[in-house]
Write a new protein. Sequence first.
Length: 91
Amino acid sequence: MTMANSHLEQEFAQSFVQFVDASPTPFHVCKTAASKLEEAGFKRLSETDSWKSNGALKQGGRYFYTRNSSTLVAFCVGGNFVAGNGFKVVG
């Protein structure tokens, strides 16, 4: 292991510990993760809105929504996205 890798691993571990400390319950996890997603450029959607009719989803877009403040779903739309086509979930 190089010194650079060791430093990166320590930074990652510290970041993870901070996330865990800030997230003692599923509700905290969703809040913390949603904040990090927004910082990374993801757009929050409302699960109850019709994304197709309001044109919310765009090619290359990055989105997320929450349910009951205890579940979070994040996804990216591919560059060849056409509204009405199917999709795949990997998880």
